[in-house]
Design a protein around this ligand. Structure first.
Ligand code: IPD
Ligand code: CA
Ligand code: CA
Ligand code: CA
Length: 282
């Protein structure tokens, strides 16, 4: 039984309803997909559950807000060029919903219970609602612009660590093995000796939610997309954290190489990534 299904037609209520409904359905299919296909690379997986969940979310959103634009991962041709083009085409829309129906498809396929539904609403390019739902733990992360970020209805704030040495941080191993993976490996090699430890749990959106909740002090990854980051971006800023690209520039919808943190370790993390040589390649 999924709680948090609120009534009403506010943007946030609709986002929560979508995430809860899709999440419950996805969970019922964990490890039980029927069709497994690959997209941009042999490591880039998609199932009929990814597509079905996106369809469910899109339909529900358009029932309430038929004029709003919609950007969902499974509606975009695979690969960085098509993704960049898709983001470009919606980034200035009055309202656009940015959706990753399953963030962590590889985990979903293997029955590893760490994946999420990520739903954001942007207004003229600025994220105003961010919802990330983790069906495995029944955890709902919600942020509204200017109103804070919440998990289980409880206000979240980022961690207090002031140095990498005391920090648990997250990153990912992207499906793009030719370009993004080698750079991420370079960055991991540079960061690992300086931090308490690194987690690569397989859902960028949940890693971002964990930074917002103070469970991780930082997160970075090279080669992500708008749907991996949009909802998490608001969770981070509304919980007092900092989010930039890998060069330290402010976040916007087209950012693909994010660095998120509790703010206190941000410069040290950026400097370490710079010293790794990975940042200069993107
Ligand atoms: C992936 C996950 C993973 C990250 C990959 C993403 P998907 O998203 O967020 O943690 O390392 O780069 O593509 O494909 O499972 O939605
Ligand atoms: Ca994917
Ligand atoms: Ca994703
Ligand atoms: Ca996905």
């Amino acid at each position: 039984k999924v709680p948090y299904v609120v009534s009403g037609k506010s943007f946030t209520a609709v986002a929560i309803n979508c995430a809860a409904k899709a999440g419950e359905w996805i969970k019922s299919k964990l490890g039980m997909y029927k069709e497994l296909n690959t997209k941009y690379s042999p490591h880039d997986l998609v199932t009929e559950v990814d597509k079905g969940a996106e369809q469910m979310i899109r339909k529900l959103i358009h029932t309430h807000f038929p004029d709003h634009a919609f950007l969902g991962e499974e509606g975009v041709e695979p690969g960085p060029a098509a993704s960049a083009e898709a983001v470009e085409s919606v980034k200035d829309a009055e309202y656009v919903w940015i959706v990753d129906p399953i963030d962590g498809t590889t985990n979903f396929v293997h029955g590893f219970p760490f994946y999420s539904v990520s739903i954001a609403l942007a207004h003229h390019g600025e994220v105003i609602v961010g919802v990330i739902y983790d069906p495995s733990r029944d955890e709902l992360f919600v942020a509204e612009k200017g109103k804070g970020a919440y998990v289980h209805g409880k206000r979240m704030s980022v961690s207090h660590e002031t140095s990498l040495a005391d920090s648990l941080v997250g990153t990912g191993l992207p499906a793009d093995r030719d370009f993004a993976l080698p750079l991420n490996l370079m960055s991991i090699q540079a960061v690992a000796p300086h931090v308490r430890n690194i987690r690569t749990a397989g859902s960028a959106a949940l890693h971002m939610a964990y930074v917002a909740a103070g469970r991780l002090s930082g997160f970075w990854e090279i080669g992500l997309n708008a749907w991996d980051l949009a909802a998490g971006s608001l969770l981070i800023t509304e919980s007092g954290g900092t989010l930039t690209d890998i060069h330290g520039n402010p976040y916007h919808l087209a950012v693909r190489h994010p660095v998120a943190s509790n703010g206190r370790i941000h410069n040290e993390l950026l400097a370490t990534l710079k010293a790794s040589g990975a940042a200069q390649s993107v």
